[in-house]
Design a protein around this ligand. Structure first.
Ligand SMILES: [Zn+2]
Length: 91
């Protein structure tokens, strides 16, 4: 993969090609600001979302195992919701 300085570049989870950011919005994660990006792959058409959380916040959560397991479950739900939303938007 070619390394570029384009910060929004992320490989497509389906085909590995370079995805593009379709939409960016602010959100929050455990009281910290985070960014949710809706992405689409021009090569295969797959659409997905990513959530950016500051590494410092994530490190603290991972260190706290019990809290992390709760959050991981909540995140799986949130990701499912985003994927549902994405599917609905592309219809
Ligand atoms: Zn793709």
């Amino acid at each position: 993969m070619k390394i570029t300085d384009e910060s929004n570049c992320m490989p497509c989870p389906k085909c590995g090609d370079r995805g593009r950011v379709k939409d960016t919005r602010m959100s929050s994660f455990q009281g910290e600001r985070c960014v949710i990006r809706r992405r689409v792959c021009p090569a295969c058409g797959w659409a997905w979302s990513t959530k950016e959380v500051p590494v410092e916040v994530l490190s603290v959560l991972v260190a706290d195992q019990r809290r992390w397991h709760m959050l991981a479950g909540a995140l799986r739900g949130a990701i499912g919701d985003l994927e549902e939303e994405e599917r609905g938007a592309s219809d």
